[in-house]
Design a protein around this ligand. Structure first.
Ligand code: ATP
Length: 227
């Protein structure tokens, strides 16, 4: 197919890869809808769900990293738009986001656009992250804000926003370096809520994929109250 000559080739050809990280303990429709909507609205070529190691003190008893990975794999099995990226689980122990992005950047090369998706609460805590100033050099940050949330007026995050706040086309035009704020209403579902329902002997049906629920029941997950 002929491309109109007015469209710069870099704009139409740069690959865009997005990462949606979390503990996914368990994955639910809130995560899946958010990942899918971000992919569709922002036009990413790939949207990868990136399960993280869970700190030992926060892990639900009996729920291994393998189980979280298996549930995610079941959740995206019939969704070609979402991929699973297991790199953080394959490393020994917790890893820093900056290391993951360095690794991905080395794999994909300097030209591919990488976007790391996070909630505004994560952005506000960014200065506590390992080598946080490096993140914006390696990737774009796509920050999902809930209606009514306030942005900081001063401090390190306000300065970061002032220097890097951008618009959706930046995600295609550059490989990294922009912060995109997207206001989006979240489905009122949380993994904590699902674990509490199960521990209380109630059903989380319709909050997460049926196959994930089957897995939870087969493996008797989240039955203990201590999660
Ligand atoms: P927990 O209740 O255990 O803290 P969670 O349901 O918030 O878990 P996480 O695995 O901590 O899920 O979150 C992964 C990512 O999904 C984070 O970026 C988080 O902001 C986002 N997220 C969590 N719940 C929702 C939701 N209902 N809709 C959209 N995004 C969500």
């Amino acid at each position: 197919m002929n491309r109109p000559s007015s469209v710069p080739s870099t704009l139409s050809e740069r690959q865009t890869v997005a990462l949606f990280g979390g503990t996914f303990n368990p994955v639910h429709f809130g995560h899946l809808r958010m990942a899918l909507e971000l992919k569709d609205v922002l036009g990413f070529d790939e949207m990868r769900l990136l399960p993280s190691h869970q700190p030992v003190h926060r892990a639900a008893p009996g729920v291994t990293a393998d189980a979280r990975r298996d549930m995610l794999a079941l959740a995206v099995e019939n969704c070609p738009s979402l991929q699973l990226d297991e790199r953080e689980l394959q490393r020994q122990g917790p890893t820093y986001t900056v290391d993951t992005l360095e690794e991905l950047r080395a794999e994909l090369g300097d030209d591919v656009s990488i976007s790391f998706c996070m909630g505004l609460d994560s952005l506000l805590g960014l200065p506590d992250w390992h080598h946080w100033e490096r993140l914006i050099q390696l990737a774009h940050l796509v920050v999902v804000t809930r209606p009514g949330w306030q942005l900081p007026r001063d401090g390190e995050v306000a300065e970061l926003l002032a220097a890097h706040r951008g618009e959706a086309p930046d995600l295609k035009a550059q490989a990294a370096g922009s912060i995109l704020l997207r206001e989006q209403t979240l489905l009122p579902i949380s993994a904590t809520g699902i674990r509490s329902l199960i521990a209380a002997g109630r059903s989380p049906q319709y909050l997460l994929p049926e196959r994930v629920l089957d897995y939870i029941q087969t493996h008797q997950l989240y039955k203990s109250d201590n999660n």
